[in-house]
Design a protein around this ligand. Structure first.
Ligand code: F6R
Length: 607
């Protein structure tokens, strides 16, 4: 996730306006920043690695001439944060500048082809193919607009682009496929941006650009075309109903709620990872004698779920280990044959990094899964994968957890296939299902959130909760418990449901709330038995079940239904969503701030 912005002023310098707008987009990315302007038929560019104000202190982002400008704030997906990888990117002749948000999936093929045609690339990004491709199309004698249209047809993936060129010095060209793009209209200016927060203080009139559209901004306003059939689209601006403050959270009262809703697009991004890194990591996992899945907090819960995926699909036993215990628990068993897959959203968690450093000293292979390219974990891993969730601002991890699960599932699928442990057909079916998961997540979010809010209202003042599940759902339960506990300050206990009779059952009395994650999998029958035992002792059961599971509906006090047909190994990705909402609404009913739980930080860089 990155933020793009563009601006055409009737008069005055655009650079300071771009700089300010990028600050309002910083929540979309903040590892690099850059601006390009056009003045006197020349392009002027400033860009560097670092947060906006750090780059501004070094380069003065306001000091660029010209009334037309584009800008970018980056969250790296391809190529570590660096000056070269920062946007805007230019063609070989320095006549075209491009900013891009999204992922260009076929960039390797395009880059190879362009290099064969003599193009020289400056960066390691996927985005740089765009100015070179436009340049290449122009060589064939097309107009700038035609070249852009042809370029758009060759790009696969998700992207929104803003392009300026000395060949068309009074215009900004934008293209949208999936990644968001809006146009803002003011009296003396026209803007384009990834999101409403960027333009909201400048205007309250916006036009949403739809998938597959190209828009040209000029002094007189804007023109939209549908790329596929080159038909002109007429669309009037609408009034933005949000105040500038509301716009930052896209109208949601809290970042956590916004990020829960961002899970469908964030899961779609995980399906666009570069195959070669998934394959490389799979090859290392395949060769390993012992595999340790090392992480803290929510990332540990993802590892726990992954251990079920690896054993069920690839018949590979892995050891999920809480990072702060890794050296004590496993340290002496680590050697050259060990592989450590460290999972860390931030890539900076001190306990995870200490475990990794220790493993490296013992010559083990280190693999990393993180959301932050350029983080310490990416620098010390033999192979790393970036989950591409974009920044997460709420302290409680939500969209990054489900994205971790999606990447880990993809690794498990590949490993299963490589090891020949599961039939090709079965893997194909699972892959098909994984592709549907973002849509299923969307349905759960839209259909169930009201009901979960009501359930949270009923239970929010309870003193203690159980979160239970069997099999892979015990990892889902653990994550649901962490969410509630960390943001609502409600003591909660999670354990595999089979453990109830070995101690925890003694806590249960009339009205004791138990959240039971119970998909219709191999464990269903036993789970029903566990629910009956709890009910017999007076527990109130809140069950997360598959749609139409009449057996549990009849015994549970409250239930949330999940769309049918989610395979067991993928179930945590969807079944955790009601638990995230449950924690969120409990916090709201308790009058607390879910985004800033006391005593906690987003990135824990001390041991
Ligand atoms: C919980 C949460 C934390 C983190 C943990 C590890 O919502 O966010 O438990 O999961 O601090 O952080 P990363 O994944 O950055 O290593």
């Amino acid at each position: 996730m990155c933020g793009i912005f563009g601006c055409i002023l009737k008069e005055g310098d655009a650079a300071p306006i771009v700089h300010d707008a990028l600050k309002r987009l910083e929540y979309r990315g903040y590892d690099s920043v850059g601006e390009a302007t056009i003045h006197d038929n020349k392009l002027f560019i400033k860009k560097d690695q670092g947060k906006i104000e750090e780059v501004h202190a070094l380069h003065n982002l306001d000091n660029l001439p010209g009334r037309i400008a584009i800008g970018h704030t980056r969250w790296a997906t391809h190529g570590a944060p660096s000056m070269r990888n920062a946007h805007p990117h230019i063609d070989c002749n320095g006549q075209i500048a491009v900013v891009h948000n999204g992922i260009i999936e076929n960039f390797s093929e395009l880059k190879k082809d362009l290099e064969e045609h003599g193009h020289l690339f400056q960066s390691k990004t996927d985005s740089e193919v765009v100015p070179h491709l436009i340049e290449e199309k122009l060589k064939g004698g097309l107009t700038f607009l035609e070249a852009l249209r042809e370029t758009a047809k060759h790009l696969e993936g998700a992207f929104s682009l803003a392009v300026i060129s000395v060949m068309e010095p009074n215009k900004i060209f934008c293209i949208r496929k999936e990644s968001p793009l809006i146009v803002g209209i003011a009296k003396n200016a026209t803007y384009c941006a990834s999101d409403i927060p960027a333009i909201r203080p400048l205007t309250d009139k916006a036009v949403t650009i739809e998938n597959g559209e190209l828009v040209v901004l000029e002094d007189e306003g804007y023109k939209i075309w549908r790329i596929a059939d080159w038909s002109r689209i007429s669309r009037n601006p609408k009034i933005i109903p949000w105040s500038p403050e509301m716009a930052e959270k896209q109208g949601y009262p809290h970042f956590m709620l916004k990020e829960i809703h961002e899970q469908p697009p964030s899961l779609r991004n995980t399906l666009r990872l570069q195959e070669k890194y998934l394959d490389l990591m799979t090859a290392f996992l395949d060769r390993a004698k012992d595999v340790f899945l090392v992480a803290c907090g929510t990332s540990y819960n993802a590892c726990l779920a992954a251990s079920y995926m690896f054993s069920k699909l690839a018949l590979l036993a892995t050891h999920p280990v809480i990072a702060s215990e890794f050296i004590e628990q496993q340290g002496r068993a680590i050697n050259i044959d060990s592989t450590i897959l460290a999972v860390s959203q931030s890539g900076e968690t001190a306990d995870t990094l200490s475990a990794v450093e220790y493993a490296r000293l013992r010559a083990a292979t280190v693999l990393g899964l993180t959301n932050v390219i350029g983080s310490t974990l990416t620098r010390i891993s033999r192979v790393y994968i970036c989950q591409q969730s974009g920044p997460e601002i709420g302290v409680a991890a939500t969209k990054t957890f489900t994205a971790q699960l999606s990447v880990l599932a993809q690794l498990a699928f590949r490993l299963a296939e490589k090891r020949g442990k599961v039939s090709h057909e079965e893997i194909e079916q699972l892959e098909e299902k994984l592709i549907q998961i973002p849509d299923i997540a969307e349905i759960v979010i839209q259909n169930q959130k009201k009901k979960i809010e009501q359930i949270a209202k009923k239970y929010y003042s309870k003193q203690c909760f159980f979160f239970l599940g069997r099999g892979i759902s015990s990892a889902t339960a653990l994550e649901g418990r962490l969410k509630l506990l960390e943001i609502a300050y409600v003591p909660a206990i999670a354990f595999p449901a089979g453990e109830s009779k070995h101690g925890p059952l003694s806590l249960v009395e009339k009205g004791f709330p138990v959240v039971f994650v119970c998909p219709k999998d191999e464990n269903h029958k036993t789970s029903v038995g566990n629910i009956m035992e709890l009910k017999a002792r007076g527990a109130s059961i809140i069950a997360i079940i598959e749609e139409g599971d009449e057996e549990i509906k009849n015994i549970a006090d409250d239930y949330i239904e999940i769309v049918k047909g989610v395979p067991e190994v993928l179930s945590p990705i969807v079944y955790v969503i009601p638990l995230q909402f449950f924690a969120y609404y409990t916090v709201v009913h308790r009058g607390l701030d879910p985004d800033r739980p006391r005593n906690l930080a987003k990135s824990v860089t001390v041991k």
